[in-house]
Write a protein of this length. Structure first.
Length: 276
């Protein structure tokens, strides 16, 4: 059978696309309808025939055995990408129309990946430190005035930074969890989960002189994981208690202070984020 004709025959009359895969349903007169459109239809769109759970095994087999490009699973929300199934699955893990978690613990909203930066600007601009810049950074460093930190009683303890390395976008996050004395810090990336697995995050909390220092070396989190899931697994980010932060801010013995810090009455906390 001619491929163009086959594509024509398998096309769903509602979304006008090749079904993504089985099941493919049919009405009592054999008209096809894809599984994405079926839940929205009470009657067959081609003549109002009865529509129940009947499937078209012939259509499913034809689809499975032919090299027909199929639409991205996010086609209903705007993606026009089509590909053979094997390549399509890879595309879908990084499709900019996929839903991701906002990396802001207090927000946690699920948003379309390509709209994430717009979501920051619109919904919580004060939780983000900067506009994304085009130049690559080797690392992202914050020098935090402890007084500023103490003033922040809400969950979003410190506005996140957005930075780039090797063309990927990273988010540096430092949160104090609501009603607890625990602080969490990690790095997220807008890349597909498989790529995130190949990278190592280095998060360091330290005084300006480097003593004491707390380090986390481990996962870079894709945006497909929620903040709550990251926080729940203590091994997936840097965790510090109020007491530890307090010791960073107050309890550094003089002999451990650099000359600069001895002179400087104001102690500063440094957070450093990099990708190894
Ligand atoms: Zn359809
Ligand atoms: Zn029909
Ligand atoms: Zn897509
Ligand atoms: Zn948000």
């Amino acid at each position: 059978m001619d491929l163009a004709l086959l594509i024509d025959e398998l096309e769903c009359p509602i979304c006008c696309q090749t079904p993504r895969g089985p099941p493919i349903f049919q009405c009592e007169n054999g008209h096809l309808i894809c599984s994405a459109c079926k839940p929205r239809m009470a009657k067959c769109p081609q003549g109002g025939c009865e529509l129940d759970q009947q499937r078209s095994r012939i259509a499913e087999n034809l689809l499975n055995n032919a090299d027909i490009p199929r639409p991205c699973i996010y086609s209903s929300v705007g993606c026009f990408h089509e590909d053979l199934l094997s390549d399509l699955i890879e595309h879908e893990t990084k499709c900019e129309f996929r839903k991701v978690f906002c990396p802001d613990l207090e927000c946690g909203e699920v948003v379309v990946a390509k709209e994430l930066l717009g979501h920051f600007k619109e919904d919580h601009p004060d939780h983000v430190k900067n506009d994304i810049e085009d130049k690559d950074l080797d690392r992202c460093v914050w020098i935090i005035d402890p007084d500023d930190l103490r003033k922040r009683s809400f969950t979003v303890t410190w506005p996140m930074s957005i930075w780039k390395k090797n063309g990927l976008t990273f988010f540096s996050v430092l949160h104090k969890y609501k009603n607890s004395d625990l602080w969490y810090s990690w790095i997220c990336c807008d890349c597909p989960p498989d790529l995130a697995k190949t990278m190592t995050a280095l998060v360091r909390m330290r005084s300006k002189s480097g003593v004491p220092e707390l380090t986390y070396k481990g996962r870079v989190h894709p945006l497909d994981i929620s903040c709550n899931d990251i926080v729940r697994k203590a091994s997936s980010c840097l965790v510090a208690t109020d007491d530890v932060i307090h010791s960073f801010l107050m309890g550094i013995p003089d002999e451990h202070k650099s000359e600069h810090e001895k002179d400087d009455q104001k102690f500063l906390l440094a957070m450093e984020y990099s990708i190894l």
